[in-house]
Write a protein that binds this ligand. Sequence first.
Ligand code: ASP
Ligand code: MG
Length: 424
Amino acid sequence: MKVFKFGGASVKDSAAVRNVAQIISLFDKQKLIVVVSAMGKTTNKLEEVVDALKNGDKRTYIHLLTDLKDFHYHILGELFTERHYSIYNTIDSIFEKLEQKFEAGFSDNHSFEYDQIVSFGEVLSSHIVSAFLMENGFMVKWMDARKIIRTDNNYQEGNVDWQKTEELVQNRLINEFKENDILLTQGFIGHTPEGFTTTLGREGSDYTAGILAYCSNAESVTIWKDVPGMLNADPKYFDETIKLDEISFKEAIELSYYGASVIHPKTIKPLQNKDIPLFVKSFIHPENDGTIIQSSTKNDHLVSSYIFKVNQILISLTPKDFSFIVEENLSEIFQLLAKVNAKINIMQNSAVSFHFLVDAKKTNIDQLLKLFGEKYLLKYNEGLELVTIRHYNQETIDKVIAGKEIMLQQKTRQTARIVMKDLS
Ligand code: ASP
Ligand code: MG
């Protein structure tokens, strides 16, 4: 049995949904668990719906829901040309439920309210895809992930209860294979012991595929994407990208740690634990090989990978009493940074200063000045880039630093990290 995951881009319109059916038909008579995300940009829209509800802004609330309705009914209209299909009733009643939610209001628990609404993106898309597959002769059963993936009450970032989830997968999900070839369910969502809906964090559908594969002992997971596989750099920043044909779980975890965003970082670990290979393949060219992520590290060094983070701020702290930077200051600095939830991308210290790099978007300099101003002199440089090169050599370094001023540099055996300023 295999697990497939189709993300938002692979179900963004009716042609995309037809393409999903086309891909699944290539695996005729095989047992598949199919995980789908919300269609296109639905999740972003639902986040706006949550804000409108929080603000008590009924006009915006209804307006956003109308947009979402139009979007989904347009896709439905192109997939099911006649209104008699029962899928219309299913979708009607979901939107009715969403409309009624406005009257119920918004509690103090923002994350809880968020999950009760944002989860509907996946519910809608899974019903539509499932109905379309059924209509086209596939033996498919729609399954509710809110009854299978068990989490704690940490809304917006549910932590999986592995034991309970495994039990639910084995008892409820796997059983359904007796009469069906395809079990189709939602990514990104789960439920608490009390039965409330949770989400697993943005882009969490990959993680769902990993969880279900782990709990069902699947033979493999395939994530179908709009790129040929995992690339050695983001095409946004690099003209010539190379596909990674085969890398290890370990390498994939490293790449995502440094900021490569092809796969949700939590996805890899459960697969690595059970040695279940993960394929990243193109939904445009399903016949092509894509990338395979598996246990062997033998090919990891073959291609250098580049991970860029732009819009970085390098902050330097120097104790005002001219003391050296020693363990005591460091522990104080880290405590203060943890207080404001700062995410450090790279750090380094010299005798009298501590330097760290953060995303400008997530940083409030005034807040940091207040926090550190009494004891430390704080200086900063804005508009910087951080590039991480895995499996670097001098040639790859020269390529990225051309026309840049280097502000900070760190190298380990496999990884070079350079903070730089564009001089052009
Ligand atoms: N729909 C969710 C999101 O956009 C989950 C996912 O797509 O993986 O974050
Ligand atoms: Mg997505």
